[in-house]
Structure formats: structure tokens, C-alpha cells
Design a protein around this ligand. Structure first.
Ligand SMILES: O=C(O)CC1=CCC(=O)O1
Length: 262
């Protein structure tokens, strides 16, 4: 098990593949841990250094008292990459992970040479929506919202597979404080202006059945950056890397090659 102690925070991460390869970093969504990418990683091209991590309040990373700010989550990612000596990474962020990706690219362009913003946007939801999510999380528990969240995460066919129970368990077993803390970070984030200023290779990925960040919302953010590309995965919900890993890999691997990352 790999833990990096970053300014007192124990951050759980994995560092796989070729240690001298071009780095690719994955940041996961609200309510998931780094296993989000388990089915995708074996489909990536050889020669990459593949880094995944559990963000604050999720998985095996420490939970600190919330609410969190997006600045704190971006700083955690920044400290991890500095700790690992990573520069010029291809950074893949899904949902809140895609917000962290935008914030990191704006703050430390030396760390990020290309971005994948998956099922994410410059701004997600409204302050009222996130305040209600924080209230429900704290007062009724994550499980009280699980069915609604999972409907947005996956299409109907996937919800009938055996694997679905594992995703439900991943969601309901996250820390209440960590989950609520990250809801507050999303609520306070509007990267519309800073992301508009980014000039780097950018790929957007959306799922046609995504009830959290619908395709039009993702596309609006991707279109802020000249030269960016947008791909839609049909029949997939909010977590297409888990629901349709082969299709996700085909799109991501094309981008990896186009940007000369391997
Ligand atoms: O829980 C959801 O609705 C999906 C989601 C929104 C932001 C995020 O990271 O996940």
C-alpha cells in the first residue's frame, strides 16, 4: 500500500506501469475511490506511468473536517504530483476529478500537458442543490440517496449486473464527512473564466445517459478551449470508464497517441 504524507494528510495512491514512462494521472468522482479506474487501466497502452489517488475524504485517504474548498483539493493533487516528481502529466479527471483537473492546469501548467475532462464541467449543479445534498448526507446518511445517485451513475443494463452491488457498496461506505466536504467544494466552484484561458490539448468525454453532468453541460466547458475535442459514449451514465471501459479506452488511447504521450 502506498501512502504519501502531504502536509499532514495521508493520501492513498497507486503508481503502476513504467516508472520512466510518460505520466498519466487519474482523479475520481464524488463517492468513488481509485478503483473507479480498475477496468480501464489494463486497457491503456504500454509505456505509461499510471498514477491514481483517493482524494481527501474518500477511499483510504484521510478525512479531515469539512467543508472543503476546491482550492484544497487542487492543492492535494499538486502536492501529490510534486511528491512523486511528476511533471507534464496527462491528467484525467472525472466529475469532481475533472474540476480538480481544471484547477490544477490553471495553477500549475508545468504539471499538466494535456487534460481529459470526463463527465464534468466548469460548474456543476447549483448552490441550493449541493446544500440539500450536504444536509441529506449529514442528517440521513449517504445510503438515503444511494438509489438516486446510482441511477445517474449507470444505465439500466449495468444496474442489473452483479458488479453493480460493489459500486453501491463503494458509494455508501465513503465517509459522511468526506462526501459532504466534497459536495461543498463542488458547490463553491465556477471555473468558467479560468478554464476559458487554458491553452492545452483537451478531450471531453460524456455519457448519453449521464443524469449528473449531461452531454450538453460537458460540451459547454470543452468548447471554452480552442482546439478541444468532445466524445460522447452512447448508453453510458456518469461513470463510463466503469460501465463501458472498452469504449472509454478506445477514445482515451486515441487521445494519448494524438498528443504524443506514448
Ligand atoms: O453524485 C452525483 O450526482 C455525481 C457527481 C457529481 C459531482 C461528482 O463528482 O459526482
Amino acid at each position: 500500500m502506498r501512502i504519501a504524507k502531504l502536509d499532514g494528510l495521508n493520501v492513498h495512491y497507486t503508481d503502476e506501469g513504467d516508472p520512466n514512462g510518460a505520466p498519466i494521472v487519474f482523479a475520481n468522482s464524488l463517492g468513488t475511490d481509485l478503483r473507479l479506474w480498475d477496468d480501464l487501466v489494463p486497457l491503456l497502452p504500454a509505456g505509461l506511468r499510471i498514477i491514481r489517488y483517493d482524494k481527501r475524504g474518500h477511499g483510504l485517504t484521510d478525512t479531515t473536517p469539512g467543508p472543503y474548498s476546491m482550492g484544497t483539493l487542487v492543492r492535494d493533487a499538486e502536492m501529490l504530483l510534486d511528491h512523486l516528481g511528476v511533471k507534464d502529466a496527462l491528467f484525467v479527471g472525472l466529475s469532481i476529478g475533472g474540476m480538480i483537473a481544471q484547477g490544477l492546469a490553471v495553477k500549475r501548467l508545468d504539471l499538466v500537458r494535456a487534460l481529459v475532462i470526463s463527465n464534468s464541467a466548469a460548474k456543476i449543479g447549483t448552490a441550493d442543490m449541493w446544500a440539500e445534498r450536504v444536509r441529506a448526507t449529514r442528517e440521513d446518511g449517504i445510503e438515503s440517496m444511494a438509489d438516486a445517485v446510482l441511477q445517474r451513475w449507470f444505465g439500466k443494463a449495468f444496474r442489473e449486473t452483479d458488479a453493480f452491488a460493489g459500486w453501491r457498496n463503494m458509494l455508501i461506505n465513503q465517509s459522511v464527512e468526506g462526501y459532504a466536504g466534497c459536495c461543498s467544494a463542488i458547490s463553491g466552484t465556477d471555473f468558467y473564466t479560468p478554464t476559458s484561458g487554458l491553452r492545452l490539448p483537451l478531450l471531453g468525454i460524456a455519457g448519453s445517459e449521464d443524469g449528473s453532468t449531461p452531454p450538453d453541460l460537458v460540451r459547454e466547458t470543452i468548447d471554452l478551449v480552442p482546439g478541444s475535442r468532445f466524445e460522447l459514449i452512447r448508453g453510458a451514465g456518469h461513470l463510463p470508464c466503469a460501465e463501458k471501459p472498452e469504449e472509454y479506452a478506445r477514445i482515451l488511447n486515441t487521445f494519448i497517441k494524438e498528443t504524443g504521450h506514448v
